[in-house]
Design a binder for this molecule. Structure first.
Ligand code: ACO
Length: 331
């Protein structure tokens, strides 16, 4: 069974409430009808009900039974504004600014998740990555025990010899441009969690990638990955993790045996941690385009409650898949 179908099964088994702030966006409305039909989540669409119903009628999408909330006249708006003010006042937000912010469906949706009125959020068909990430980072924040929020891609490769039956986690590919050694260690732990919760990988094997294997090259960039590896061992001793490893040493058994003999990870990695965002973002796209892998993401990880971003070029099916992933993370 394809990994996305397994995630959909998981979502259906314990249905969660997912808020969609871009409630009147046509692909979102079409996806909402499919999500309801497939029983993947209990949805809340944000926006003007008349506008949302008009879009649904135009697209022939049956959204009957789906909750619609208009942040502009919601009875919850005052409570959300007061809570937002409490969260952000130390950063200079005034009560008036907080009231204005919660009239924006993106902030309203984030507050719903923060206060437990929704279990997760999916947005980004209209908003840019930064516009969605900033309020999520400022309000939802990292989960306890994590210093930083990062992201991963769930990759499903045609070559089933790689990872676990072709399934791997790539991280970080979308959030932290230049991670410190500490941040890389946090990314590694969060990526291992993503492997377990989304990839169905019972034993994550985490490779800290570099252009060097076990000191074969000397450079400040290599030193950073070595420090991150040591930090990850110190902070998360239960992780099966090794570094620094070149990509081939991480995933090809014969090369791993040659370059990193005795490593519990080399040759068999199913979680790849990239040294920075340039490598991670280019890396997942190379595998997607050259190897024909399915790439699901970016999926936020290390965040206290699940919030996920869509590409502005997303399809209806991409929105359905992202809602299923978010619902599975919320369990
Ligand atoms: N984890 C936790 N908190 C964070 C993180 C993080 N990784 N990054 C920022 N924050 C917090 C900050 O501490 C700050 O909190 P505070 O206001 O309470 O002090 C708040 O978020 C805002 O921080 P800034 O540094 O001001 O945020 P900024 O808006 O400059 O940047 C962002 C954050 C948007 C995530 C930035 O790092 C970014 O642009 N990353 C790259 C995103 C991107 O373009 N990705 C590639 C495209 S996606 C794709 O191709 C699939």
């Amino acid at each position: 069974m394809a990994i996305i179908d397994r995630i959909k099964e998981k979502a259906r088994a314990d249905v969660k409430r997912i808020v969609l702030p871009e409630g009147d966006e046509p692909r979102t409305v079409q996806a909402a009808a499919k999500i309801r039909d497939q029983g993947l989540a209990e949805l809340i669409l944000l926006g003007d009900p008349a506008k949302i119903q008009a879009v649904a009628a135009e697209k022939g999408a049956d959204i009957s039974g789906i909750q619609i909330v208009n942040p502009a006249d919601s009875p919850k708006a005052a409570e959300y504004a007061s809570q937002l003010f409490e969260i952000r006042k130390a950063k200079g937000m005034t009560e008036e600014e907080a009231a204005k912010k919660v009239a924006d469906p993106m902030y309203y949706g984030i507050m719903m998740v923060k206060l437990g009125d929704a279990d997760g959020l999916v947005s980004g068909a209209v908003h840019s990555t930064g516009d969605m990430l900033r309020p999520a980072l400022q309000i939802i924040k990292a989960k306890p025990g994590m210093k930083t929020v990062s992201s991963c891609f769930l990759m499903e490769c045609p070559n089933k010899a790689l990872g676990q039956d072709g399934v791997l986690i790539f991280s970080d590919c979308a959030v932290i441009p230049c991670p410190t050694a500490d941040e890389l260690a946090n990314i590694a732990a969060a990526a291992a969690d993503s492997a377990r919760s989304l990839g169905g990988i019972a034993q994550p094997k985490v490779a800290m990638l570099s252009f060097s294997t076990k000191g074969s090259a000397k450079h400040d960039l290599v030193t950073k990955v070595q420090e991150a590896t040591a930090k990850a061992h110190e902070l998360f001793p239960e992780l099966m993790l090794d570094g620094e490893l070149q990509l081939d040493a991480a995933i090809v058994p014969a090369v791993g045996e040659l370059k990193a003999k005795g490593s519990p990870v080399a040759g068999h990695a199913n979680v790849l941690v990239f040294p920075d965002l340039q490598a991670g973002n280019i890396g997942y796209k190379l595998v997607q385009r050259f190897a024909g892998a399915e790439a699901y993401g970016p999926i936020l990880q290390g965040i206290a409650k699940p919030c996920n971003d869509l590409s502005r070029g997303c399809s209806v099916e991409d929105i359905v898949a992202t809602v299923a992933i978010t619902a599975a993370q919320a369990q």
